[in-house]
Design a protein around this ligand. Sequence first.
Ligand SMILES: NC(=O)c1ccc[n+]([C@@H]2O[C@H](COP(=O)([O-])OP(=O)(O)OC[C@H]3O[C@@H](n4cnc5c(N)ncnc54)[C@H](O)[C@@H]3O)[C@@H](O)[C@H]2O)c1
Length: 341
Amino acid sequence: MSDEPVRIGFVGCGRQASASWYPNFATLPELDLRACCDLQASLAERNARFFGAKRWYTNLADMLEKEDLEAAMVVGPPDMHFACGKQVLAAGLPLMMEKPPARLTAHARELADMAEARGLITQIGHNMRHAPGVRKFRALMATPAFGKLLFLESRYFMPSPMWSERADCREGWQYMIFQATHAVDLARFLAGEITRVYADLSVGQSGRFAIACTAHFDSGATGVITLAGCTPNWTCKIEATGDARAHLRLVNLHTLDFEPHSPEGGYQPSPGIPSQSYSPAVRDNAEKRGGYWGQMQAFARAVRKGEADSPTLRDACQAMGVCEAICNSIERKAAVDVEHA
Ligand SMILES: NC(=O)c1ccc[n+]([C@@H]2O[C@H](COP(=O)([O-])OP(=O)(O)OC[C@H]3O[C@@H](n4cnc5c(N)ncnc54)[C@H](O)[C@@H]3O)[C@@H](O)[C@H]2O)c1
């Protein structure tokens, strides 16, 4: 396996790309930012200057033709992901994109089919999978002290969105693919495939809303996905219980508590299994804590090894499928089975 950094072409120089993705190149020796591209020349030139790309472009086809790239990253709106993702895959390159991979689930599946038919590695920016706190949570879930998963809650509260913001998609869909998909992806990552959902929506006069959704996992575990677009701040919480009578909780990706069962009862930790808490190191910046840094490193390593990390495009399709099922359940006021992507 080569130790050389993976030669990357980056498409999109907008807000999220410039705030959460580009800054990581400086501290990821596994990646070499060869070129960046944006329809707006001023942004492409700016990001090349700020983040050290050797060249910049305003046309993706030009960049793909002129640069000797090993992989591409695409960050922008969902329709751009679909269009640019297709171009990158058609050029035979591994692809990493922000979530959602497309506005429509059918388009996301088209991309996944295309990548799989060509044997190309893909990864989608469900960044929280790569957050150190989530990794630790998952590792603790796999210990005998936790036991078999019985229950998982994945909670995602946001201040800004309204339930129905756009006319060109089904009610709530914009929110589901931009925000709810984080909670859904995390639930799938930690507890396995979701097979059935039952969701209840409450909407205020202003369009602010909350959703409580029960989820059944193929492992037999039960859980809830709790969503809100009405809180003062972003809040993300995951909580799980295991049949070894353990309790795990991670708040805002940085405060993790693990309470194993104590034979003495009460809140005393049992001997040899101290309760654990995790908080980030002082130098652990938001990109690292949120998993943006880790997901880019994982993609670089996957490209070098020739073996995909996660979530793949197919995973992202499945998360969109769960989002569809949640919308269907809200509309039908009934439990709905989740289709396999
Ligand atoms: N993972 C997270 O937590 C998180 C948080 C915020 C946003 N996001 C995601 O980020 C995405 C938005 O990214 P952004 O804020 O950087 O977008 P943006 O709208 O600020 O910028 C998009 C850029 O892409 C350029 N562009 C559009 N089409 C192009 C093309 N064909 N070729 C080259 N450039 C093109 C535009 O000129 C623009 O500068 C959304 O999909 C959203 O879901 C994710």
